[in-house]
Write a protein that binds this ligand. Structure first.
Ligand SMILES: Nc1ncnc2c1ncn2[C@@H]1O[C@H](COP(=O)(O)OP(=O)(O)OP(=O)(O)O)[C@@H](O)[C@H]1O
Ligand code: SF4
Ligand SMILES: [Mg+2]
Length: 325
């Protein structure tokens, strides 16, 4: 097995307009090793969901499309596999949990049946599917798995539904679980509980996890590495420990400042992130964070920085070394 399970290479996603395509995701690189837990963090509209959808070729096309880049699963380019292989990958090798369960579960089907249907799509049928369904419902910590499998989604609480979603994702023993958290859907406490659950299951199964969230606090102690997205690009990538101890991009520093209880350890003028995220299709020249950045200077308006190695595994797309802030 190679050291990299999933590699997203220089991904560009565009939206079709009358005059051509506007870029929304602008050159994203992400790699996930087998068994690794990676957090993708960024404000609403930064391109997190589109990046994940592109991995499984689920972009709404048109108007969205991949303009450039590669998505490699164990070296296999998913852009060029046939539909049959793609169905094996989706929900088989890579499970995708949309954390808006009501839009992912069928309200008219018993929960157990829905998990069995997923298994059937991946070649597990009959008694084996029934047994596996019971197993995963137990594994996700549901107190009465038999009752849950005989329930319709509306008969379960929000927290139970979340666990059912994770059970469904785990049923096929995926090598990678992608969990995408829309900004509004979930209470942060439930989100944290579910991530804790996924982390403990991850330790048992050895799958890799990509956890997408707008809340840096949620992933704080539960992922190995964090990639911070801003305006369609990754602006900082670091181990979780480094990111919290020594952020190397002003935006990350601002996100840390805005977390309750952590502000005092970072003395930067950014106590709250003022302003709003820019529209990635109307950026102009320069660093996209410059209008909100207290450290912006002339060169920041002239050219957009690429990721620069800041040592100890940290990369940041910022012209200034943190010692100059
Ligand atoms: N189908 C679509 N048509 C047009 N624009 C879209 C479409 N889907 C997303 N966008 C735009 O692309 C940008 C990135 O969207 P994306 O959903 O990836 O953001 P996100 O980082 O997941 O945000 P959130 O935290 O709100 O989920 C946004 O500006 C959004 O408005
Ligand atoms: S490049 Fe300039 S504007 Fe952008 S984050 Fe760094 S200091 Fe701020
Ligand atoms: Mg999203």
């Amino acid at each position: 097995m190679s050291e990299v399970l999933l590699e997203i290479r220089d991904l560009h996603i565009g939206i079709a307009r009358r005059h051509g395509a506007d870029e929304i995701v602008r050159g994203v690189n992400i790699s996930v090793a087998p068994g690794e837990k990676l957090g993708i963090v960024g404000e609403s509209g930064s391109g997190k969901t589109l990046t994940m959808l592109a991995v499984l070729r689920l972009l709404a096309s048109p108007p969205l499309s991949v303009l450039k880049g590669e998505i490699l699963l164990d070296g296999e380019d998913l852009a060029h596999v046939d539909e049959r292989r793609l169905r094996q990958v989706r929900g088989g090798e890579i499970a995708f949990v949309y954390q808006d369960p009501m839009s992912s579960l069928n309200p008219l089907l018993l929960v157990g049946r829905q998990i069995e249907e997923t298994l059937k799509a991946h070649g597990v049928t009959g008694a084996a599917a029934a047994q596996r369904t019971g197993e995963v419902l137990t594994q996700v910590g549901l107190a009465d798995p038999d009752r849950v499998r005989r329930s319709y989604p509306h008969q379960l609480s929000g927290g139970m539904i979340q666990r059912v979603m994770i059970a469904m994702a785990l049923a096929t023993s995926p090598r990678l679980l992608i969990a995408d958290e829309p900004t509004t859907a979930l209470d942060v406490t439930i989100q944290r509980q579910i991530l804790e659950l996924v982390t403990s299951l991850q330790e048992e199964t050895g799958m890799a996890v990509l956890w997408v969230t707008h809340d840096l606090g949620v992933v704080a102690s539960l992922v190995d590495r964090v990639a911070v997205m801003y305006a369609g690009r990754i602006v900082e990538s670091a181990t979780t420990e480094q990111l919290f101890a020594r952020p190397t991009h002003p935006y990350t520093s601002a996100l840390l400042q805005s977390l309750p209880g952590t502000g005092s350890s970072h003395r930067s003028p950014l106590h709250q992130i003022g302003g709003t995220p820019p529209d990635p299709t109307r950026l102009g020249a320069g660093c996209p964070f410059r209008v909100r950045c207290p450290f912006a200077e002339e060169r920041c308006a002239q050219a957009e920085p690429d990721l620069i190695d800041r040592g100890q595994g940290s990369l940041a797309a910022c012209w200034k070394d943190p010692s100059q802030w």
